[in-house]
Ligand binder design. Sequence first.
Ligand SMILES: [Fe+2]
Ligand SMILES: [Fe+2]
Length: 165
Amino acid sequence: MSLKSTWEFDNIVKDINNNDKFQDLKGELHHGISRYEHSMRVAKWTYLVTKNTKLNYEDATRGALLHDFYTDDDTKNYNTKETLKFHPEIALLNAKKYFDINNKQENIIASHMYPLGVAKPKYVESWIISAIDKGVAVYEMYRYKASLVMGIWIIFIFNLISIQR
Ligand SMILES: [Fe+2]
Ligand SMILES: [Fe+2]
């Protein structure tokens, strides 16, 4: 499930992609890959779906790219459960700090974890991104995390057999 970038997509996300803090997401682990790769995948699917359904694809794509705009350092004072619930608000604070965010983009970021997070989706685009994020997360967990766990098990079993000999 990898999508090609188009000139228009690249243009919509250009300033976000050039931001140093956003580039830091390349070093943040998320679903067995980087948070950057996850955010890009969600943004590309969002662009494809919202453009083809004649929705506000520019706001949707930008909101989607920024939906997980946080580093592990930003959430170091939270446990896993709290991070799950509050990271949309932290992502929104970061997004507001570095970019001009309108109401729709704000709601997309804040509500993407619905019903787990605090905010509720108010726009069709917000519902779509919340759904795409969940679909992409399941795909990534299965595709990357499952293969990682499987790899560890294979090494473990291999070592066990070697010890038995
Ligand atoms: Fe998230
Ligand atoms: Fe996400």
